[in-house]
Design a protein around this ligand. Structure first.
Ligand code: IPD
Ligand code: CA
Ligand code: CA
Ligand code: CA
Length: 265
């Protein structure tokens, strides 16, 4: 499969960071870990992966700005372009030896996400998308699942951790969804959750409390795989507000309604 020069740059950065994560995953017990807040951990592995991505992308596209989970915002000379990066999405899984984690890199041009890469190094699964060019898992073109009934659907979600708040709202959403779907999953990496929806592995997904770096690449993967994504009001504030519902057209519509309906006693 021929990739554009832009995607090649992003893939190279994601895979180099992925190799560093794989090495650290092999000796996770030796890593320095600190807490950013209750239930919110960051390790040397997160920072090393972020340094690699920052160096690779800065070298390949000098002047582009960044929004990265650990560094925050880095302004560049070029105000048209911004990388949005999560160097390790799924730190909790990673630190527990669960091989479900990813690197997520998106490029925004004039405020619009135009390219996205999500890489799971433990499974060597590389998801790529460029606006208008489709979404791929390694060399295979992706399409969201075709199931249209919630009763047949497997739906992914995120569970708010200690210190995150929204626990009550989440329980209402969960009870609503649980009552209507075939199964619920919680992978622990929002970027991979979205990639799985793009790949048709999960029929839909919802979560609140996310950050732009968790979802920027995954949103494009889903759209380029023919799926629909919105915030909990049906709007497009996902990157700013961090709440989203995703699926094919029918599942997105039904899930949005179910997630947001008031709980019946
Ligand atoms: C987390 C993961 C997780 C989601 C959390 C995120 P991190 O990202 O995406 O699935 O539920 O809200 O913070 O901290 O592991 O990069
Ligand atoms: Ca984190
Ligand atoms: Ca994340
Ligand atoms: Ca992270």
């Amino acid at each position: 499969m021929a990739r554009s020069a832009l995607l090649n740059v992003m893939v190279q950065a994601a895979m180099k960071a992925g190799r560093s994560l794989s090495r650290d995953f092999g000796e996770v017990q030796n890593l320095q870990v600190s807490m950013k807040g209750p239930g919110d951990y960051v390790s040397q592995a997160d920072r090393k992966a972020e340094d690699i991505i920052f160096a690779e992308l800065s070298r390949a596209r000098p002047g582009y700005g960044f929004l990265m989970e650990e560094r925050g915002a880095v302004t560049g000379d070029d105000d048209q372009h911004r990388w949005i990066v999560d160097p390790l999405d799924g730190t909790t899984n990673f630190l527990h030896g669960i091989p479900i984690f990813s690197v997520s890199i998106a490029l925004e041009r004039q405020g619009q996400v135009v390219a996205g890469v999500v890489y799971n190094p433990a499974m060597d699964e590389l998801y790529t998308a460029e606006r208008g060019g489709g979404a791929f898992l390694n060399d295979r073109r992706l399409r969201v699942a075709a199931r249209t009934k919630l009763s047949d659907a497997v739906i992914g979600c995120g569970v708010p951790h200690l210190g995150r708040g929204r626990h009550g709202n989440f329980l209402i959403e969960l009870r609503n969804v649980m009552a209507e779907v075939s199964g619920i999953r919680r992978l622990g990496s929002a970027a991979l959750d979205l990639a799985y929806v793009a790949a048709g592995r999960m029929d839909g997904f919802w979560e609140d409390g996310l950050s732009a770096w968790d979802i920027a690449a995954g949103l494009l993967l889903i759209r380029e795989a023919g799926g629909f994504v919105s915030d909990l009001n049906g709007g497009q504030t996902m990157l700013e507000k961090g709440a989203l519902v995703a699926g094919n057209e029918a599942i997105h519509r039904a899930l949005l309604k179910t997630v947001t309906k008031p709980l019946k006693a």
